[in-house]
Design a protein around this ligand. Structure first.
Ligand SMILES: Cc1cc2nc3c(=O)[nH]c(=O)nc-3n(C[C@H](O)[C@H](O)[C@H](O)COP(=O)(O)OP(=O)(O)OC[C@H]3O[C@@H](n4cnc5c(N)ncnc54)[C@H](O)[C@@H]3O)c2cc1C
Length: 373
């Protein structure tokens, strides 16, 4: 990005643009994943971002990105949250599939898949978790077996966000018996025969995630991402990247905290105890922002265990924000349909998606601090 532009100039530029950019009807800040009904507006919005040069800011210029500095990424995320718009169509394409395609994909795969992600034309989903393989992802059982120069895939995935609207999926499947080296990553066209997507209805009434069934799905040989048996490395890089982007989302939390404080003030509930709790959360969000800037700023490996700190802190702050809204405003206010109800419910999911808090603590203890298992 233009090195002569300071952080504050970039912020003003982004804020002015966000204030005047045409917004598709129905667009709202749906977070990292759109519901089916949000997809048309999300795609159109991503296209608008692309045309203005604000799509996939963090991608290198050679792939159409802006080589944005960490500060610029943080500023953009903050300003998008403040303006009440998503910062892109969804997380999986720009933040996960894109970077792993750049790292592990062939030139042909990059040429084919990166431009439509950049323009918001292809929505991607992540086909990792299975009914018996969540935290223990390496025990996954979806199998891909060679069939001439193709692969045949059978099995089931679950909790696949946005699968119902996805054009492509990043799939992990078992191609051998070795726990880790028997896993291969594939790029899957979600319209292929044999793929069935069944939406799951969530506690908050939305249906963002799905079960996905594979019944003799025939993949071409060039669907393999990386090498056969290298899927665990691709998975680790993807999850590290996911934890990183979750840290980026956290910068929007200041806005949420302000909403809670305003709602409490309006109802005359802002007493000194609540003020203290809000201040403590505000401090944690600042610490999160500083940690995120430091982590992204150091040229760390995509799959670095240290990114687990970001996932852990951001999801727990997110959860505590929801809990604060509940205790400050009361369950009756939220249950009556207050906008903060959704935040409270989504807060719970944050500590599970992308690896639970317990798993992040295990990773930090064993791989970063070197404690015994
Ligand atoms: C909103 C949301 C969106 C998601 N989107 C996707 C997606 O798009 N694609 C995808 O592939 N997956 C997705 N997931 C799935 C997510 O990755 C898994 O839910 C998560 O990894 C946990 O797996 P699990 O649900 O099978 O729980 P389990 O692994 O069964 O864990 C159950 C409980 O046991 C604890 N536990 C398990 N093992 C240990 C251990 N070794 N030490 C301590 N505690 C342990 C866990 O912390 C948890 O509390 C999503 C989940 C959510 C909530």
């Amino acid at each position: 990005m233009d090195g002569s532009v300071t952080g504050e100039e970039f912020r003003t530029r982004v804020r002015d643009w966000l204030a005047s950019a045409p917004r598709p009807e129905g667009l709202h800040d749906y977070g990292g994943t759109p519901q089916l009904a949000d997809v048309p507006a999300g795609r159109q919005w991503h296209r608008t971002l692309f045309e203005a040069g604000y799509a996939c800011l963090h991608w290198p210029a050679e792939h159409g990105g802006r080589d944005a500095s960490v500060l610029e990424q943080a500023i953009f995320a903050e300003e998008a949250a403040r303006a009440g718009v998503p910062r892109q169509l969804n997380i999986v394409g720009p933040d996960l599939a894109g970077p792993v395609l750049m790292r592990y994909g062939t030139e042909a795969q990059q040429r084919r898949h990166l431009p439509p992600i950049l323009r918001g034309e292809h929505l991607w989903c992540q086909l990792f978790s299975e009914p018996e393989a969540g935290s223990d992802l390496a025990s996954l059982r979806t199998r891909a077996r060679p069939d001439g120069d193709h692969w045949l895939v059978d099995g089931q995935k679950v909790w696949t966000s946005a699968a119902g609207a996805a054009d492509y999926g990043l799939l992990l499947a078992r191609t051998g018996e070795d726990r880790h080296r028997g896993i291969t990553a594939f790029v899957v066209d979600m319209t292929l025969p044999g793929i069935t997507v069944r939406p799951l209805r969530q506690l908050d009434g939305e249906s963002k995630f799905n079960e996905v069934f594979f019944d003799d799905v025939r993949l071409s040989g060039d669907s393999v991402l990386g090498e056969v048996g290298q899927g665990w490395r691709v998975a680790t890089a993807t999850l590290g990247q996911e934890r990183l982007s979750l840290g980026a989302q956290a910068v929007g939390m200041f806005e949420a905290l302000r909403e809670v404080a305003d709602a409490a003030r309006e109802r005359g509930l802002l007493d000194p105890v609540l003020e203290d709790t809000i201040t403590a959360l505000w401090t944690r969000i600042w610490l999160l922002r500083a940690t995120w800037l430091r982590a992204v700023g150091t040229d760390t490996e995509l799959g670095s265990s240290a990114f687990s700190v970001l996932k852990l802190v951001s999801s727990e702050v997110y959860r505590d924000l929801g809990d604060l809204a509940t205790s400050a405003l009361g369950t009756d206010t939220l249950a009556a349909g207050h906008p903060l109800l959704r935040r409270m419910l989504v807060g719970r999911a944050q500590t599970i998606l992308g690896g639970t808090s317990e798993i992040q603590r295990n990773i930090l203890a064993e791989r970063v601090l070197g404690l015994p298992r």
